[in-house]
Ligand binder design. Structure first.
Ligand code: UDP
Ligand code: MN
Length: 508
């Protein structure tokens, strides 16, 4: 098997088709395919030679592996457990603690109990109410009897030699928090796709407070001699990591008022760095994770936003405003954060500015822009430029929609150089379509000149003006037209400040 893809024919009918559909509905991955794959499928050894040549040590501390789950499929959960037992060298593994976060699915009741009884060193703890993944992990950590705790999602696969290099780093310094390289297990075929060590991805974040993957900055990449050596990372994805248990407690675990899913990885990442620790990715350690593209949990997005507001209130200082403007300053009821603010004070943690300067120095702080917020044209009601960064097939990636004043896909920056920027993408005109494309220096197809008097938005490359048309279905989209000054060519931008624009003369 060696982690190869399992393909199901497109034209399957009847029961199988229904089963596949149900599998996706229940899990947001292809459970039907997962069920076909043995729990104990073998995987290649993905490590670089440098990793394999390193001596094994028997004097390292033991670890507890904590796997929280809510309504996980039986096959993915069992494959996770089995891969831990198979690929972890014996002296290091004290026990696996499974935390059942109040699952309702039948296969996770007596069938799971019976299965686990047969497995050495696996223990199951069941939450008495739905806790969400954040509090479930805390429950697991508190149950652990070892100095190191290691968390995995319930749909992972460990590979040869994955455990020791993680433990080594914490044994050397108990304030180092480590993550393995997280390889992709395809949610549709369950193919195991390993990351190339030469192109290792680090964790970052954006001002929506979403976690993002980013390439190693060139300066650091150029200095690296051993591709498999541990590398510092500003943030971690958060599902798979190891930490000294006392250090985790010292940091106040996670904010226990975070609900269900989201934000806890950034909370931990920021405070590890700001409060005296180090965060690393260890390329000798490969673990696969089933990445899904949608949430299987109801209300997860609202919870995630609330968690992010709590995060911003406690850890972001003045920089919180960049997040708030992206959610239209709609903070909602985020509860009481005073205990968490006290914790930060008590630990005498560094400022967020320190974190940005010292840990995440390539992060762009959008403080010098010519405009920020909505870009809209007025008619019977205001219509906004609306980005759609990952459009479903057949739809445009920029549309014109009624303004909703909640930031998100209608939050734009008008940069000093005249770019209309959404996240890391810029409004561009390519192949006769207005589209979003990676921002590039010196691309005049991305330069827009705004005239506050006429309200026209001139596209420098074509010398045409931004305007709006409707298609047959009455969807509206942006187009370029000869400048005439008609109503649909008049644009307004929130927080426009012409003084911040670099003089046009320098630009052209
Ligand atoms: N989880 C949980 N309780 C919840 C939500 C999630 O225990 O309320 C578990 C879930 O089963 C998984 C882990 O937490 O093992 C991380 O969640 P998920 O995999 O959905 O997050 P993703 O990897 O998609 O970000
Ligand atoms: Mn997951």
């Amino acid at each position: 098997m060696l982690g190869k893809a399992v393909h199901v024919k497109d034209d399957v009918k009847g029961t199988i088709r229904m089963l596949i559909k149900k599998g996706w509905q229940d899990n947001a991955f292809n459970q039907f395919v997962s069920d076909l794959i043995p729990f104990g499928r073998t995987l290649p050894d993905f490590r670089e030679d440098w990793c394999k040549q390193r001596k094994s040590s028997l004097s390292l501390p033991e670890v507890t592996i904590i796997i929280c789950f809510h309504n996980e499929a039986f096959s993915t959960l069992l494959r996770t457990i089995r891969s831990v037992l198979h690929y972890s060298h014996k002296p290091f593994l004290r026990e696996i603690i499974l935390v059942d976060d109040f699952s309702t699915m039948l296969h996770l009741k007596s069938r799971l109990d019976a299965r686990i009884q047969k497995l050495p060193s696996v223990r199951l703890v069941r939450a008495k109410r739905r806790e969400g993944l954040i509090r479930s992990r805390i429950i697991g950590a508190k149950e652990a009897s070892t100095s190191i705790v290691l968390f995995l999602d319930s749909h992972c696969e460990c590979t040869e030699g994955w455990l020791q290099p993680l433990i080594e780093r914490i044994a050397e310094n108990n304030r180092t928090v480590v993550s393995p390289v997280i390889d992709h297990i395809d949610p549709s075929t369950f193919e195991y796709v390993a990351q190339n060590p030469k192109d290792i991805q680090l964790g970052g974040f954006n001002w929506n407070l979403n976690f993002i993957w980013k390439s190693l900055p060139r300066k650091i990449a150029a200095k690296r001699k051993k591709f498999a050596a541990p590398v510092k990372t500003p943030t971690i994805a958060g599902g798979l990591f190891a930490i000294n248990k006392d250090f985790f407690e010292h940091l106040g675990y996670y904010d226990e008022d975070f609900e269900i899913w989201g934000g806890e990885n950034l909370e931990l990442s920021f405070k590890v760095w700001m409060c005296g620790g180090t965060l690393e990715i260890v390329p000798c350690s490969h673990v696969g994770h089933v990445y899904r593209t949608t949430f299987p949990y109801a209300g997860a997005r609202e919870n995630a936003k609330r968690n992010s507001v709590r995060l911003a209130e406690v850890w972001l200082d003045d920089y919180a405003k960049y997040f708030y403007e992206r959610i239209g300053y709609l903070k909602g009821d985020f509860g009481d954060v005073s205990q968490r603010q006290k914790l930060r004070k008590r630990l005498k943690c560094n400022t967020f500015e320190w974190y940005l300067n010292n840990v995440c120095s390539d992060m762009v702080v959008p403080n010098n822009t010519a405009a920020r917020g909505q870009i809209y044209t007025t008619g019977s009601h205001d219509m906004c430029l609306n980005a759609n960064a990952s459009p479903p097939d057949g739809t445009s990636d920029v549309l014109i929609k009624p303004c909703h004043h909640q930031g998100g896909h209608q939050f734009w920056l008008y940069t000093r150089e005249g770019r209309l920027q959404f996240d890391h993408l810029c409004l561009d005109f390519l192949f006769n379509v207005i589209t979003l494309f990676t921002c590039r220096n010196l691309a005049d197809t991305q330069i827009w000149l705004y005239d506050i008097k006429t309200k026209l938005m001139l596209h420098v490359n074509t010398q045409d003006c931004l305007s709006v048309v409707a298609n047959e279905k009455n969807d509206m989209r942006p187009v370029l037209e000869r400048c005439s000054g008609k109503k649909t060519q008049k644009w307004y931008m929130d927080n426009f400040n012409a003084n911040n624009l670099i003089p046009v003369i320098n630009l052209l």
